[in-house]
Design a protein around this ligand. Structure first.
Ligand code: ZN
Ligand code: ZN
Length: 310
């Protein structure tokens, strides 16, 4: 399952049309302007058009919404925390109205100084999630905690932090919350946070660490991005597949992992076209598909065409 983050400019349904024309079989969108607190209601015509096309494509089980970057569920300031919870509630309700099963969000930032602040931040995030699950109990949307590059005081830079937030949610609200809380793994963020995915052995051990902490069975979304920032740089800047510090080993590992086959994989790489006029999404898609081992064609006998090698 491969897709890209696409624009909803001119109507929600445009993202589906564009995904289809780029030969993807899923898509990620913002369901509202991600840089504004202001919420303009979802237009009914827009919703109907989206739902009809979603049904026609048979994609009701696989699309993703990325929550606004403004929300900070880890905020120590009550007004901002409340505002963030209210916005996330709107995000969840929109997903439900649009038959989008997965809502990806960055856990939040604690804005403090020490380790104690980290734990307090994770507690606040968990409290927010518990409240949100309760307020949206009629929605089936899965809230996917995304790993982060870890700049500033952002939480979620380690798999253990993601797992801890989910554990706190479960401790407060019970095991029944497990199917509504999952994870999103972003390759750029993981590398920038210090996880060395650059070799086949590295990629394998990083995913083993993720599995141990969070559980691969709870991984709902993958963000496939190369990284402009170096390993451990904590810089969150996405690069085209094979042209950054992540390199091809991690993508080859992901594209051939049997348990990840049905996990939607989303490109959040830069948009636009190459000098030859090919959409970058098309090129990045091809680079990923080239890594898929053919039947009866073991990796070692396959000609290595490392995309992006310059
Ligand atoms: Zn991401
Ligand atoms: Zn990012």
């Amino acid at each position: 399952m491969l897709g890209s983050h696409l624009s909803i400019a001119g109507g929600m349904v445009n993202a589906l049309h564009e995904a289809k024309s780029l030969k993807f079989n899923t898509v990620q969108v913002f369901t509202k302007n991600q840089r504004q607190w202001k919420i303009t209601p979802l237009k009914e015509a827009d919703r109907k058009e989206w739902l009809a096309e979603l049904k026609r494509l048979g994609w009701e089980d696989r699309t993703i919404s990325h929550a606004s970057y403004l929300a900070n569920l880890g905020s120590p300031e009550p007004p901002l925390w409340k505002k963030s919870v209210a916005m996330m509630r709107e995000e969840i309700e929109r997903c439900h109205a649009l038959s989008i099963p997965y809502l990806v969000f960055h856990p939040g930032a604690h804005k403090g100084a020490g380790d104690a602040d980290e734990q307090a931040g994770m507690e606040r995030i968990a409290t927010a999630i518990v409240q949100l699950l309760d307020e949206t109990s009629d929605c089936s949307t899965t809230l996917c905690l995304e790993d982060t590059a870890g700049s500033g005081t952002t939480l979620g830079r380690t798999f253990e932090q993601l797992a801890e937030i989910a554990r706190l949610v479960e401790a407060k609200a019970g095991r029944g919350t497990r199917n509504r809380v999952g994870f999103c793994f972003d390759t750029c963020h993981a590398l920038a946070a210090g996880y060395d995915l650059t070799t086949p052995a590295g990629a394998k051990s990083v995913f083993a660490a993720f599995d141990k902490a969070c559980g691969l069975d709870r991984l709902r979304v993958l963000h496939l991005n190369d990284s402009k920032g170096a390993l451990g740089s904590r810089i969150d800047r996405h690069e085209h597949i094979g042209e950054g510090a992540v390199g091809m080993a991690a993508f080859e590992f992901i594209m051939n992992h049997p348990h990840l086959e049905d996990v939607p994989k989303i490109l959040e790489t830069p948009k636009g076209e190459t000098p030859k006029g090919t959409p970058w999404d098309t090129l990045n898609r091809r680079r990923l598909l080239r890594l898929v081992h053919g039947e009866g064609k073991p990796a070692t006998h396959r000609p290595r065409k490392t995309a992006g090698a310059r």
